[in-house]
Design a protein around this ligand. Structure first.
Ligand SMILES: Cc1cc2nc3c(=O)[nH]c(=O)nc-3n(C[C@H](O)[C@H](O)[C@H](O)COP(=O)(O)O)c2cc1C
Length: 199
């Protein structure tokens, strides 16, 4: 399949080996994230997605904070592996934090009680779409990213550090930078068993 969109979809991969160099300006990074936030779909057009772009010392601070929190959970004799992982993220250029505004989710639940149970699920699905657009957008600009989930451990510290509204729920963290090592080959299940066509 050749077309810029499908090439980008295929080329988006998980990059764990990244450096702080960036082929694009920080202004362009802001533009990409804002564009994704604006144009990614959300249930009922709720626009519940929120992002924070951390660059330079803010990006480093995030991974220092995460490392400090993990030190309290990971046994000391196994911590080096965790520290190395944190360093691999910190070595990047920046991190995009993804949040979902819970006030919007609650307000929709009140407005449409019939679908109340669905709104948290749709919020999560909407965030995933936004994450995918940012991840693939970064890929098209020559950057490599990965998707991380330390939210439960770091949410309070993140909110205090960057004065984030309490109703913003931290969903995911996406460290990115210039790829230094390409990801390994990916294996695929038989597509005919996963995707059916009738007619
Ligand atoms: C919903 C979701 C959650 C993920 N969570 C993590 C994660 O917490 N840590 C991580 O390193 N990768 C995470 N990944 C990345 C997947 O492991 C990765 O996308 C998958 O192995 C396919 O590899 P690729 O991204 O190179 O195509 C996540 C991906 C998705 C879609």
């Amino acid at each position: 399949m050749t077309n810029n969109f499908f090439d980008a979809v295929k080329n988006r991969r998980t990059y764990y080996n990244i450096s702080a160099d960036s082929p694009v300006t920080d202004e362009r990074l802001r533009e990409i994230v804002e564009y994704a936030v604006k144009h990614s779909p959300s249930a009922f057009n709720s626009q519940s997605g929120r992002t924070v772009l951390l660059l330079a010392k803010h990006h480093e601070k995030l991974w220092n904070m995460t490392e400090d929190v993990l030190r309290g959970f990971v046994p000391a004799d196994q911590f080096q592996q965790t520290a190395d992982k944190m360093q691999s993220f910190r070595a990047g250029h920046g991190t995009v934090l993804f949040f979902e505004d819970q006030n919007i989710v609650k307000s929709l639940q009140e407005q449409f009680p019939l679908y109340a149970a669905n709104f948290p699920v749709w919020s999560s699905q909407s965030s995933a779409m936004l994450q995918f657009v940012v991840w693939t957008g970064l890929e098209t600009e020559g950057l490599g990213a990965s998707l991380q989930h330390y939210g439960e451990l770091i949410e309070d510290a993140v909110k205090t550090e960057w004065k984030i509204a309490p109703e913003w729920k931290l969903i995911a963290q996406m460290p990115f930078g210039k790829p230094t090592v390409e990801p390994g080959e990916k294996s695929f299940e038989d597509i005919s068993k996963r995707s059916l066509v009738f007619g």
